[in-house]
Design a protein around this ligand. Structure first.
Ligand code: C2E
Ligand code: MG
Ligand code: MG
Length: 330
């Protein structure tokens, strides 16, 4: 534990990356064996202890056999996900984004859903991080992208502005060197015009190697698609970098929208993000709009689009098809 503490102390110092101070919150797992454990057993057990420490927000934990259940549980989830992908248990739901001035649906966000035969409905907030850890996000992400593009083709109006289909891209997918080619292939296979596809990338995914980020974003832009920064305001972006990113849309994180009516009024933040977006000539979308009051307030502040339960919950493609026939919401 003394060595672990020394490691923790040195990792607790801030790192400077491209002028920004980065703080880590490291955790250490330790495993001891007085019996005949193999080196790989020891490493695996130390890993289990480390994950347990993270969950308990502790710096240091020693492996105990009671933690041993964790590994099979993870393995089970992983094999479940693999099976689920093969058996088409993953579905794509869609949530409209509405023009706050006209009340018209102008785009959709594709949101993946897992209908597990025993566990029931599993939230993406739970399985996306796991899919990222295991690499399963790649096959899953491809299914979502392809399904959403196919659906979007059906929803395109004969004339006028396209209905834009927004698909979330994980940081792992964003760093895949074949990403641009794969997106292009999907566009060709499904016949969706590039300008009707938008990729949502979280603010935290574009942090890191700025030059690599810009290069990837530029290549994606060359395909003619649109790019959005998701959950904006939660990832401490460098605003100087943001200006260099060839993106089209900023999505204000739903925590700020909720905060507009909270005890600590977040309206100034929402207002500032909208002004920033305007100054950078970006469209701005508010996520998580739940009430008429929030909608009116956002409209008053000049926000372009709104998305949230107030307009519509994420729904199956059948439900959305019906909704599109009516075309106008609110
Ligand atoms: P996100 O991209 O920021 O998506 C918005 C989340 O807010 C969705 O949660 C949506 O259902 C929820 N939401 C929409 N309107 C409201 C509202 O009025 N109030 C509240 N409280 N929530 C609202 P969901 O579907 O559970 O997805 C959670 C996150 O999982 C997404 O956040 C996204 O980061 C990720 N995700 C979902 N589908 C995919 C996917 O296909 N690929 C990847 N990489 N990530 C995905
Ligand atoms: Mg999103
Ligand atoms: Mg978001």
């Amino acid at each position: 534990s003394e060595v672990a503490k020394r490691i923790l102390r040195s990792l607790a110092l801030p790192f400077k990356i491209e002028g920004q101070e980065i703080f880590l919150s490291p955790s250490v797992g330790v495993s001891l064996s007085f019996e005949k454990a193999t080196p790989s057993d020891l490493v695996r057990q130390a890993g289990i202890a480390m994950y347990q420490a993270k969950r308990e927000v502790k710096e240091l934990l020693f492996f105990e056999s009671a933690m041993g259940e964790e590994a099979p549980e993870r393995l089970k989830l992983e094999s479940d996900m693999r099976r689920g992908i093969e058996q088409n248990e993953f579905m794509v739901y869609y949530q409209p984004k509405v023009d706050l001035q006209t009340g018209k649906i102008v785009s959709m966000e594709a949101l993946v859903r897992w209908q597990h035969p025993q566990r029931g409905f599993v939230s993406p907030a739970k399985f996306i991080p796991f899919a990222e850890e295991t690499g399963l996000i790649e096959p899953l992400g491809k299914i979502v992208l392809e399904t959403a593009c196919r659906e979007a083709v059906k929803w395109q109006p004969k004339t006028g502005e396209p209905i834009v289909m927004a698909v979330n891209l994980s940081a792992i997918q964003f760093r895949n060197p074949n990403l641009v080619e794969e997106v292009n292939d999907v566009l060709i296979r499904t016949g969706l015009p590039a300008h009707a596809l938008e990729l949502e990338i979280t603010e935290s995914a574009v942090l890191g190697d700025v030059n690599a980020t810009i290069a990837t974003l530029e290549e994606l832009k060359k395909l003619g698609i649109r790019l959005a920064i998701d959950d904006f305001g939660t990832g401490y972006s460098n605003l100087g970098h943001l200006r260099k990113f060839p993106v089209d849309v900023l999505k204000i994180d739903q925590s700020f929208v909720r905060g507009m009516t909270g005890a600590l009024d977040d309206t100034p933040i929402v207002e500032a993000v909208i002004s920033l977006a305007k100054a950078l000539e970006l469209h701005v979308v508010a996520e998580g709009v739940e009430t008429a009051q929030q909608m009116e307030q956002l409209k008053g502040l000049g926000c372009d689009l709104g998305q949230g339960y107030y307009f519509a919950k994420p729904s199956s493609s059948q439900v959305i098809s019906e909704m599109l026939k009516q075309k106008e919401l609110s």
